[in-house]
Design a protein around this ligand. Structure first.
Ligand code: BT5
Length: 330
């Protein structure tokens, strides 16, 4: 009901719609309409009210709810169901819980705040209320577990494309799946999978994007390594969290469909085009030995190929690489 009112106001904007007309349309009283308008304002819709003319939708840039995220998204898998939570421990943990209860392929969980945001390998993800985009996508693809690393690659491509489309900001991909601007991290991706008898039962792609943090919002040790889209933007007032989320979800749907139709090479090419790792000097540690070399490519199964200075080519499946020029590695 409340979103039918939004739809009506959207169609009429920038004109007013009278309270009487809305009340008649939905067969409720004018005071009930007033209550819905108040609720909508609390969700971030800016609605002007005039005693003579009625209501007018002025802006919805700051509004975030499941209806707006899902509305006319036009995707085939991602966003089949959308859940918005004002606060949660971790959207990935929540997704895992509802996966066990049978949540559908493509379910998206978005939170305004995480109290226990997680990174990889037990690390944490800074998730201040309202300042970041915290979302998880639950997938149940008909894939073998060994085929799934390409999905992390795909997620990095989708977020980079989505951010670029919605904000015009270019991000680079640091292997395996950090997005960076000017050598600082703007997004991290957490891939989690549960299997059953060697089959994928669910995959959860967790995406954390720094949206409006000021440098002082980050803990001291991250200040030189983290950046938000608002800080990076030349027109910070123009950014909209909702448009970014929707663009990311559409691009994610797109790349997942490429993969499911056997078009992985296209996704890898997009990754290569945005990579800030390929062609650069990198350093990494394997079995307590430190190596340096030049990253040359990414393989179909998501491994990074490195031509090491000792003349040996090594492939890394996971873990950390330091890339010259990023996060202070010189
Ligand atoms: C990641 O781990 O980068 C994956 C982060 C995924 C977060 C999303 S938010 C929605 C979903 N629900 C979750 O609970 N998680 C996912 P990793 O590569 O391990 O990087 C973690 C490291 O990045 C930390 O140890 C810090 O050094 C740094 N870090 C933490 N918070 C950060 C932030 N907001 N911006 C930039 N760097 C950050």
């Amino acid at each position: 009901m409340k979103y039918s009112i939004v739809q009506l106001l959207k169609n009429a904007a920038p004109e007013f719609v009278s309270g009487g007309e809305i009340a008649a349309r939905f067969k409720v009283t004018r005071s009930a309409i007033w209550k819905y308008i108040e609720e909508l304002r609390n969700e971030g819709y800016v609605i002007e009210a005039s005693t003579r003319k009625g209501y007018r939708l002025v802006s919805m840039d700051d509004c975030l709810n499941a209806f707006e995220i899902k509305n006319e998204l036009n995707t085939s898998i991602v966003g089949r169901d959308v859940i918005f939570l004002p606060s949660i421990d971790s959207t990935n943990s929540y997704a895992k819980r509802i996966a066990l209860e049978g949540a559908v392929d493509g379910t998206v969980i978005v939170a305004a705040e995480q109290t226990m945001g997680r990174g990889r390998l037990g690390r944490s993800w800074e998730s201040l209320q309202g300042k970041g985009i915290y979302l998880s996508v639950l997938l149940r693809p008909a894939m073998e577990p060994v085929e799934t690393p390409i999905l992390t690659i795909a997620a990095a491509v989708a977020v980079s494309n989505g951010i670029s489309e919605a904000t015009g900001i270019a991000t680079g991909i640091k292997w395996p799946n950090d997005l960076v601007i000017d050598g600082k991290k703007v997004c991290g991706i957490l891939f989690e999978m549960s299997t059953e008898a060697d089959r994928v039962s669910s995959i959860i792609l967790g995406i954390g994007i720094n949206y409006s943090q000021e440098p002082s919002d980050f803990p001291a040790e991250l200040r030189d390594r983290a950046i938000s889209l608002k800080t990076a933007s030349r027109e910070p007032a123009q950014l909209s969290k909702l448009s970014i989320i929707r663009a990311v979800l559409r691009h994610l749907d797109n790349v997942i469909n490429f993969i499911l139709s056997g078009n992985e090479e296209k996704v890898l090419d997009m990754w290569r085009a945005r990579s800030v790792t390929i062609g650069r000097q990198v350093s990494f540690t394997l079995k307590n030995t430190q190596y340096t070399g030049v990253a040359t490519d990414i393989t179909r199964d998501g491994k990074l190929s490195v031509e090491c200075t000792d003349g040996v080519r090594r492939e890394l499946l996971s873990g950390e690489v330091s890339v010259r020029g990023i996060y202070g590695y010189v």
